[in-house]
Write a protein that binds this ligand. Structure first.
Ligand code: FES
Length: 575
């Protein structure tokens, strides 16, 4: 159990007595605290209950959390039904499309806000309401570090829409229609019409993007209630999940099960299995690495790849498959998935309910016929969605979402067409005189953790316009950045170390040859070491920094992708 300051001679602090403000007299601190909160109309009876903090990340800038008010209300109801006292409080909220330069730049800041507000304020347990891509990772990271009993509630996915009879959803279809528009296949009026239909309700992206992946992974990790990952945002099931989460949070405040008891090497491996089996977002690898890293649990890329070789993709959702999150929910959600994965899981891993994952799978019943979550004998893809690559271009590793890539390009050698940074890409990618063919490999530098900064989701380089117009749909694209979980293509990501700190990627030149061999897990620049040494000596790389503020903190402290892009000082000291 985590315990802050107590009144000397009294039992361990609970409820409002936890974490007293330091006035040099603990009794007076509690007296003062009660006096202030009574100004809001609370009685002593209410203030004596188990206190459940509820993190409200509702924001008009965050439509993915557009149901936060209803969820807070339902969680509060669940808390009170169980005899607890709900106390709502705000933290930073991040939406993908409203965060400059990228939400990943702010994830660690949100995790610090979450950690410190959980630690600073008195609560026996906390319900963290999040959903949009970086919010759930930030909350799990903060909760892991604060180590106060915590339970995650996701806002739930948005509904799907319909454009002229075609079912559409964010954001795989956003990218698909935009690619068609760039290629001249659809006109201005059509793309404007699609824009109205892609996001038909509040909630998180409706495909297996990062938000859906993290929701599922969190349930497999044991940090949210069984069955709570998948109900869409605007459904009665989502509200019921919130009420149940509130009730469970009161029990958690009593059982005092902390995140460090739930997030263990076994539960992290269960989460990675789930991620591989859903064809989930590559971003979730970074986020899980950061969450586990807060508790000193390493996520080893070699182990991830080994898990991937024996964990097939079972969930038929875009971008790897064809369905959407509401279909996954109707098919039984995470309990149905974990039932199929059962032989591969650590069933003795503890969850926030106080029961093990195995007990929860048993309690979820036998399932029913459906076509979204496949049995192990009939997978969507024979291996896990994500493969780990090694080679002289990525000594610290790189990854590829093989389940969403073009099988023809899994073994490919080509000429590098290099863009030095995002501005260079924007300036030249669509020029008619760009020297590029469909067999080349597009290389984008300096979009890694320090390079952009914040490792933006710019790894899905657009197909050069002249090739797109000629019908080219996919090419090998390589960067030290990330890619939205909703995207598809033969995209090599997270090349580590990044170009901005002098990784080998910094020294790739136009015309170099690169060999990609996904089955062999190799990724090599076909340039000899003597030439690479010459290039390093000719143009040494200076790591970026900033004069002040959060940007300075970020650039001075952020780690590479293999450590989760967390700040080095937020990870526990090495043993
Ligand atoms: Fe929020 Fe996709 S933009 S989940």
């Amino acid at each position: 159990m985590s315990k802050d300051s107590d009144i000397p001679g009294k039992p361990p602090a609970t409820g409002l007595s936890r974490g007293l403000t330091n006035y040099g007299d603990a009794g007076f601190s509690l007296f003062l605290r009660k006096a202030f909160i009574k100004g809001a109309g609370y009685t002593d009876e209410a203030l004596g209950r188990t206190v459940v903090g509820i993190i409200d990340t509702g924001s008009a800038y965050n439509p993915c959390h557009g149901n936060a008010r209803e969820l807070v209300e339902a969680v509060s109801r669940g808390v009170m039904l169980a005899g607890g006292l709900p106390v709502r409080f705000p933290t930073i909220s991040l939406h993908e499309s409203f965060s400059h330069p990228t939400s990943m730049y702010l994830r660690n800041l949100m995790s610090m806000d979450t950690e410190e507000m959980i630690r600073a304020q008195p609560m026996d347990s906390v319900v963290m309401i999040g959903g949009c891509d970086k919010t759930v990772p930030a909350q799990l990271m903060g909760a892991a570090s604060a180590d106060v009993p915590a339970i995650q509630l996701v806002t739930g996915s948005m509904l799907t829409g319909s454009h002229e009879g075609t079912r559409v959803g964010a954001c795989t279809d956003c990218r698909r229609y935009w690619a068609r528009y760039r290629a001249g296949e659809i006109d201005e009026a059509t793309i404007a019409g699609v824009n109205d239909k892609l996001v038909p309700s509040v909630g998180t992206c409706s495909v297996m993007g990062t938000a859906s992946s993290m929701a599922i992974v969190t349930e497999a990790l044991g940090m949210s209630l069984p069955g709570s990952a998948s109900p869409p945002a605007v459904t009665a099931d989502r509200i019921r999940a919130a009420e149940r989460t509130g009730t469970a949070a009161v029990a958690l405040g009593t059982s005092k099960i902390t995140p460090s008891q739930v997030i263990t090497p076994k539960s992290v491996e269960n989460a990675l299995r789930a991620l591989l089996a859903i064809g989930g977002s590559t971003n979730a690898v970074i986020h899980l690495t950061a969450v586990a890293g807060r508790l000193g649990i390493p996520v080893d890329l070699a182990r991830l790849d080994a898990l991937g070789r024996e964990t097939p993709v079972l969930v038929d959702l875009k971008p790897s498959g064809s369905f959407y999150m509401e279909d996954f929910d109707a098919a039984g959600g995470v309990p149905a998935l974990l039932r199929e994965l059962k032989p591969l899981l650590h069933l003795d891993a503890l969850t926030v309910t106080g029961r093990t994952l195995g007990e929860e799978i048993e309690a979820s019943g036998p399932g029913f016929p459906q076509e979204v979550i496949r049995p192990m004998a009939n997978p969507i893809y024979p291996q896990g969605g994500i493969a780990v690559l090694r080679g002289n271009l990525a000594p610290g590793g790189a990854i590829i979402k093989q389940s969403a890539a073009d099988p023809r390009l899994m073994r490919h050698e080509g000429r590098a067409v290099v863009f030095e940074d995002a501005a260079d890409l924007a300036a030249r990618i669509d020029r008619d005189d760009l020297d590029v063919t469909a067999d080349d490999m597009l290389v984008l530098k300096r979009i890694g953790p320090k390079g952009a900064p914040g490792m933006p989701e710019a790894g899905l380089l657009p197909i050069p316009k002249k090739l797109a117009r000629a019908g080219v749909k996919d090419m090998v694209r390589i960067s030290d950045g990330r890619m939205s979980g909703t995207a598809a293509g033969t995209i090599v990501l997270h090349v580590t170390p990044e170009a901005a700190v002098g990784g080998p990627l910094a020294y790739v030149r136009n015309g170099d040859r690169i060999r990609l061999d996904v089955p062999a897990r190799r990724f090599d620049l076909l340039v000899d070491e003597a030439e690479m040494a010459r290039r390093r000596a000719d143009a040494p790389v200076t790591s970026p920094t900033a004069p002040r503020g959060y940007r300075k903190l970020f650039l001075d402290s952020v780690t590479q992708a293999d450590l989760g892009v967390d700040f080095d000082f937020l990870r526990p000291p090495a043993p």
